[in-house]
Design a protein around this ligand. Sequence first.
Ligand code: 5GP
Length: 115
Amino acid sequence: MAENNPTIFGSILRGEIPAERIHDDEHCIAFADIQPQAPVHLLVIPRQHIPSLKEAQPTDGALLGHLLLVAAKVAKDAGLQDWRTVINTGAEAGQTVFHLHVHVIGGRPLAWPPG
Ligand code: 5GP
């Protein structure tokens, strides 16, 4: 599934770039963000290459739900009681890696609205 994925997350899925996996199943993996924005900053990414939420299809519904459930699991496993899940979609919204991913951010008070 990671074969035709030219992004840095494709390289992580193929094992070409190291990332310590805190979760790994047939649909997704999770690992720590290399540039954490909070004491806990994790990323949950599908094995399937979907560039962003813009390209997600109705048939991806179960996968998208799974990503959110895994996000909640890794957040709890990291000891968080409260956290924020973020899916940046498109460059103007801050997306820099064009492989769909869910940020899990917590461990400090988080302001709203975000910048
Ligand atoms: P985006 O800005 O696309 O929503 O989020 C991409 C995230 O991927 C950023 O928070 C960035 O720090 C993280 N990231 C980029 N390259 C790597 C990498 O090689 N390893 C890890 N663990 N995180 C990365």
